[in-house]
Design a binder for this molecule. Sequence first.
Ligand code: GDP
Length: 300
Amino acid sequence: MAAFGSLSTRLTETLAKLRSKGKLTASDVDGTVREIRRALLDADVALEVVKSFTAAIRERALGAEVSEALNPAQQVVKIVNDELVGILGGETRRLELAKQPPTVIMLAGLQGAGKTTLAGKLAKHLAGQGHTPLLVASDLQRPNAVTQLQVVGGQAGVPVFAPEPGNGVGDPVRVARDGVAEARRRQHDVVIVDTAGRLGVDAEMMQQAASIRKAVQPDEVLFVIDAMIGQDAVATARAFQEGVDFTGVVLTKLDGDARGGAALSIRGVTGKPILFASTGEGLDDFEAFHPDRMASRILD
Ligand code: GDP
């Protein structure tokens, strides 16, 4: 993953230095932990996450974790891997489908985070699994958002519910509610509601998202976040957690080569699982997020 490229290089180089050592001293462990800490901070991982992560590594590496099968360097690699899996969420968390269809999925996040693109990706992914999604265009803020959703819907082969043209600006809450009613009527088993974002956290946007949430009672509220926004990721995630109380996270633009470490902090600071990763502009540039696989890729 390009977004974690330099973090990955730094961690693997740090851990490789231990390989030549037959036995690790406390000062070897301290030196390694210091380098890991610096690599994480340079990659924009939030300080509170770095602190707990490095404290856990230090404690476990110094502790009596003796495995016959692994040499000391391998043990530290294993510990770092385990802890990385932990900050990324541990278990893979799948999309929760409603027992009684339709499953309602609402997308929330800042403008440009990749929500509309994600709506198309998710719709295509679910259609490929035999579901019959309906996309709902509740982003009436950005002039082109409805058309953009219609374009990605067309590419995904999934219908789009949109406000009638010529009806003025329209009410996004009503569009969301009508869209879900339409899905019920036409027996779509999944509804994906795209909502409006702003360039920064904004009270009116949050209010609107909260109203849509209340109106459609989604099974999942996915907070979509651009992995490239750096340190702002944590404050943004907190604001959305408070404003719309999302159920899961989607990291986008992991193909970018910016420092993606902030994205690694989201789970740690919100306690909410990461469900998907988006890795490009195309509808197939999308995958389920597996903490263990991501950790192995970072330490590869
Ligand atoms: P929205 O405002 O949240 O609906 O964001 P959009 O879906 O319109 O995405 C904003 C821009 O980011 C568009 O140009 C997308 O093509 C692009 N984009 C979305 N997801 C990704 C991704 O995973 N990687 C890259 N490189 N670009 C993406």
